[in-house]
Design a protein around this ligand. Structure first.
Ligand code: HGA
Length: 617
């Protein structure tokens, strides 16, 4: 999604801005731009369609400098990717703004501003913000006040960075519904939509809260809350090694992140497991009291995280005897889901800023029962970013320790979410049924899991070989049963995302109710097939496919007893604790998509049209 970087410093800030944009490139974008205020109070703006490298080339021809500046990578929502739609947007020659989010009432505002004589040069919703702030500045003569007066007229979501040539010692930021952090250093103050953007200049951050407006001047940082009160926000130290944001010798971030999974899962579990049971106290103060009353769970998430939620549903039913409903956030937030007493609302998001998931959380928190009390028992987030909105706004949080995930297609965030979800499920089981041998067996399985994941990664070269059979295909079916069905869904999503091959997942028992009609020799079928209570049923389903000429690619363990043969390729995985097989079987499917994408020559880390950290609805 869009990236914002802004700076006010004692030195020229262009290098900081460009480096910040480069560090946000992983999020996916279509154009980039920068605006700087020089010492004469002159505003210079340069924008280009395409990568930050194109912006740098343009800057070589049209130099810009200054100690105050704002910069942006745009992922278009309103208006096609073009130079005139790229940010920063300006009003007159003095005001410039960058924006992440969507201004929902931009049309009436645009009309009103047009009637007042303002001219629009872009199709974006953002340009209304530029003209509104300029208008308010003319009225108030002060930038922070002008931004505050503007915000009260906006509906929708935004992170903003604004500067004005007539007040060149001030940079103003604001956030509502889209993330924005403030970076602090001896040399200056910074705004960024992600701390990663600012690591070359600082590791000290304020995470702004919803509705905050921040003024950065050489004298310091002043934050106002939604009501206009001056507030202090905690300073967070960004702890990850900066090397966590490099490729460490791998060809792509995605491959590096696939190979980081054994460590990421081990790190996530390290504080959550006791000798032979999960540590409920490690889920945070109040966790035992809240989880003890849970009778039902609603899980809400988007994309890959939604698939993690789907696996958790099987686990909750099977291991904790707790009913569970899983829904994508963009649907949930517009439904009147019936909430039974004792329902826990559980969200999953890598970034903790996913706009739909956050909106769903807020919607759930506002739901009331017949007595005017909260309809939900409480909220729990599983998230990879400490201090993110989802973490701050939920009652309980389990942090995954995947480290920064740069590849747009999520890998290690997913498997660490699954590990964290299993801990939550076992905690609910322990509270409901007491400690059990079953729990001890799964805890032992979790402890053994990183080593087993490492073994599975040794299949990478074999899977690369297999990938040659997919590269010219236009469609692929993924099949699984039981808790492997969501893994088949995740496998299909990964293939779509990075190789652009159309892929669908089916619960294998559904085949004969329709999709079997698609099967012919051009349709590869991927089956997720560890030995389990449904393996014989799955084998029958696969026979039905083979009988119709479909070529099978089966991921299985030795106990599932598949035999390689004509049109049947078997990839053998290590045996693991059966309940944890969904985590293990994710890895070969990630590798398959990765190798197919590499063979096809697609942009693996930044697939077309997609973005990381989906901060717009
Ligand atoms: N609505 C703005 C910004 C889009 C955005 O935040 N994308 O992540 C535009 O279309 O320019």
């Amino acid at each position: 999604m869009c990236g914002i970087v802004a700076a006010i410093a004692s030195q020229d800030v262009l290098t900081t801005l460009i480096e910040g944009l480069q560090r946000l490139e992983y999020r996916g974008y279509d154009s980039a731009g920068v605006a700087l205020l020089n010492s004469d109070g002159k505003l210079t703006r340069v924008r280009e369609v395409g990568k930050v490298a194109a912006l740098e080339a343009a800057l070589a021809l049209q130099p810009a400098s200054g100690k105050v500046g704002i910069a942006h990578t745009r992922w278009a929502t309103h208006g096609r990717p073009s130079q005139s739609n790229a940010h920063p947007h300006v009003s007159g020659e003095h005001l410039a703004v960058v924006h992440n989010g969507i201004i929902e009432n931009h049309e009436p505002l645009r009309q009103q501003l047009r009637n007042e004589g303002y001219t629009f040069t872009s199709e974006t919703d953002t340009e209304v913000v530029a003209h509104l702030v300029a208008r308010e500045f003319d009225r108030t003569g002060e930038l922070t006040a002008a931004v505050q007066a503007t915000l009260s007229q906006l509906e929708g979501a935004y992170a903003l960075a604004v500067m004005h040539a007539e007040q060149p010692d001030t940079l103003v930021g604001a956030r509502k519904g889209s993330p924005l952090v403030v970076g602090l250093s001896e040399e200056g103050y910074y705004l960024g939509s992600d701390p990663l953007a600012l690591l070359p200049v600082t590791r000290q951050f304020h995470y702004l809260k919803e509705g905050d407006v921040v003024s950065l001047t050489p004298a310091g940082v002043v934050i106002h809350d939604e009501k206009g009160q001056v507030v202090t926000r905690e300073v967070h130290h960004f702890a990850h090694e900066d090397s966590a944001t490099g490729k460490a010798g791998y060809r792509h971030f995605m491959l590096k992140e696939i190979f980081e999974q054994p460590k990421a899962v081990a790190d996530t579990l390290s504080s959550l497991l006791g000798d032979d049971r999960v540590r409920i106290d490690a889920l945070g103060p109040g966790a035992a009291a809240l989880l003890d009353s849970v009778k039902q769970v609603h899980i809400v998430a988007c994309g890959t995280s939604y698939h993690a939620g789907q696996v958790a549903r099987y686990w909750l039913e099977e291991l904790a005897g707790i009913p569970c409903q899983v829904e994508v956030a963009s649907e949930y937030r517009y439904r009147q889901v019936v909430v039974q007493p004792g329902t826990l609302f559980l969200t999953l998001s890598q970034s903790g800023e996913t706009a739909d998931t956050l909106a769903a959380l807020r919607f759930a928190q506002a739901r009331q029962d017949g007595q005017g009390q909260s309809a939900y028992l409480g909220t729990l987030a599983i998230c990879n970013v400490p201090g993110s909105s989802l973490v701050r706004e939920s009652d309980l949080c389990v942090l995954t320790k995947a480290g920064p995930e740069i590849g747009v297609a999520s890998t290690k965030a997913f498997t660490t979410q699954l590990a964290a979800l299993m801990v939550v499920v076992l905690a609910l089981r322990q509270l409901g049924q007491g400690a059990s041998d079953e729990e001890a067996r799964i805890v032992a399985g979790l402890k053994a899991l990183p080593e087993i994941l490492s073994q599975a990664l040794h299949l990478s070269d074999d899977i690369a070989e297999l990938a040659t059979k997919f590269v010219d295909r236009h469609h692929t079916l993924f099949l699984g049963r039981g808790k492997q069905y969501p893994i088949a869904m995740e496998g299909a999503l990964k293939l779509k995302e990075i190789s652009y091959i159309h892929a669908e997942a089916y619960a294998a028992g559904e085949l004969k109710h329709g999709p079997l009609a698609l099967i012919d020799e051009d349709m590869p079928i991927v089956a997720v097939a560890p030995n389990c209570e449904l393996i014989e049923k799955l084998k029958s389903n696969l026979q039905e496919v083979r009988a119709r000429g479909g070529e099978l690619f089966i991921f299985a363990d030795p106990e599932a007893r598949f035999t390689q043969g004509d049109g049947v390729h078997v990839m053998t995985l290590p045996i693991c604790c059966p309940q944890l097989a969904p985590i293990l079987y994710t890895l070969p499917l990630q590798l398959l998509s990765y190798h197919v994408a590499v063979l096809k020559g697609t942009d693996v880390d930044q697939p077309r049209n997609l973005a990381k950290s989906v901060t717009v609805e």
